[in-house]
Design a protein. Structure first.
Length: 124
């Protein structure tokens, strides 16, 4: 018959093994969580970089749109004038009809079927 101390020793070893298994499982769960969070952090960093690049691009567009040169060019294209400018409006000459130049439409040439196949297989 085994003594009371040998049962206690076996019981303590069994408890130790169970605790060790629980600790290893918890460690594994924590490692999985760490990997998941690292992947998510990488995605968030990429999104943040993209947002910063978009912000820089938009700030550049705002700076270009509000510059004096662009504003003046747009005003000139819209027909606005500056102080001191004299507006000139061209008036067509009376009595002389404008010349209309008609461009003849080119006549399509008929291509033979063998030429089409040659061009398809050997053409550049």
């Amino acid at each position: 018959m085994k003594s009371w101390s040998s049962y206690l020793k076996q019981f303590a070893i069994a408890i130790g093994v169970v605790l060790l298994i629980i600790l290893v499982m918890d460690y594994n769960i924590r490692l999985d969580e760490l990997n998941r969070l690292n992947e998510k952090a990488t995605i968030v960093r990429a999104q943040a970089t993209q947002a910063i690049q978009t912000q820089v691009a938009l700030q550049t567009q705002i700076a270009e749109a509000t510059s004096d040169r662009v504003t003046e060019d747009n005003a000139r294209n819209n027909g606005e004038i500056q102080e001191g400018d004299q507006r000139v409006v061209p008036i067509p000459a009376t009595g002389v009809p404008p010349l209309e130049i008609s461009v003849p439409t080119p006549v399509p040439t008929r291509v033979k079927k063998w030429q089409v196949w040659m061009e398809l297989f050997f053409g550049e």
